[in-house]
Design a protein around this ligand. Structure first.
Ligand code: CAA
Length: 284
């Protein structure tokens, strides 16, 4: 399959990062957000990130310009009609994603693969809203997308070998290293990460150690770039809770039961970096 134009649904942290990586690698991108405000913020994030890449010597100014010109922003899902491949990166809400897949199935050509960047939700459920479940799979990128080398591919029990191979080739053309997971809640990485983050929150909640010492222990003792609580702030505390709740709802595995502090922080709007407050204070 000859993929020239890729549609991205959502221009938040993940959608903008995926759009940036595709455009830098020569693909035309049509990226859709729900309104002009979110769209402008997403495009501004791509401009800033590609400028950082130029400043760090990872990209020339001319390559940056070409990449930016390959990106077409829109607020209309219908404008993804000419796309050869689509990656959905909307918020983590299964009903919303199912609705998007149903609409994309009608908007795009029948041969077009529809992928989701979901971090934990069921690919089969999204696929079931389309007439071509064999052409649906998970393409889970990691934040920050331009920097993180991993792409976690998720095959549902209906995903065809051809869909998998075409998508794998697309991921490799972006310079990503690939791992393959079954369509099981949390896949590989979040299934491991979330219990670790929840344990760190419980340690702090129970007064066993300070936030700083938990993070320092993991940074210096295990050589992780960030401690688990710093990572909660980085990923978004609301996102951590969302994934934990989703995996718990499907598996009833107590390792994913959210500690009360996590739920209270989310209710209070302490969502981490994006809200300025989380386990740490952040300048927005
Ligand atoms: N474009 C291209 N390259 C960039 C860049 C950009 N916009 N920004 C930074 N870089 C490059 C830098 O040039 C540097 O490259 P070299 O090592 O070759 O010099 C490298 O990326 C690191 O950049 P920085 O020095 O600015 O950043 P840092 O060393 O402080 O690291 C970090 C920042 C990469 C975020 C690091 O702290 C880290 O890896 N944190 C953990 C991130 C993580 O775990 N992410 C996964 C979250 S989970 C998830 O996403 C899945 C989910 O479903 C929730």
């Amino acid at each position: 399959m000859n993929i020239k134009t890729v549609g991205i649904v959502g221009c938040g942290l993940m959608g903008s990062g995926i759009s940036e990586v595709l455009a830098k690698n020569g693909y035309n991108v049509i990226v859709r957000e729900v309104n002009d405000d979110f769209l402008n913020k997403g495009i501004e994030r791509i401009r800033a990130s590609t400028q950082k890449a130029v400043d760090r010597g990872k990209l020339s100014a001319a390559e940056r310009q070409q990449a930016l010109e390959r990106i077409t922003p829109t607020t209309k899902l219908e404008e993804l009609a000419p796309c050869d491949y689509v990656i959905e990166a909307a918020i983590e809400n299964l009903n919303l994603k199912k609705d998007i897949f149903e609409r994309l199935d009608n908007i795009t050509r029948p041969d077009v693969i529809l992928a989701s960047n979901t971090s934990s939700l069921s690919i089969a459920e999204m696929a079931s809203k389309t007439k071509k479940p064999e052409k649906v799979l998970g393409m889970h990128f990691f934040n920050p997308v331009p920097v993180m080398p991993l792409l976690e591919m998720v095959r549902s029990f209906m995903t065809s070998e051809e869909t998998y191979q075409t998508s794998r080739a697309l991921g490799e053309s972006l310079g990503k290293q690939i791992i393959v997971a079954k369509d099981y809640p949390g896949f590989i990485v979040n299934a491991l990460l979330v219990p670790f983050q929840l344990d760190a929150i419980r340690f702090y909640e129970n007064g066993m150690a300070s936030i700083e010492d938990i993070d320092k222990g993991v940074r210096l003792g295990l050589n992780h770039p960030m401690g688990p609580l710093e990572l909660c702030d980085f990923v978004g505390i609301d996102t951590v809770l969302y994934i934990a709740d989703e995996v718990y709802a499907e598996t009833k595995d107590p390792r994913y039961a959210a500690p009360p502090l996590l739920r209270r922080m989310v209710a209070a709007g302490h969502h981490g970096r994006k809200s300025g407050k989380g386990f740490y204070k952040h300048s927005k």
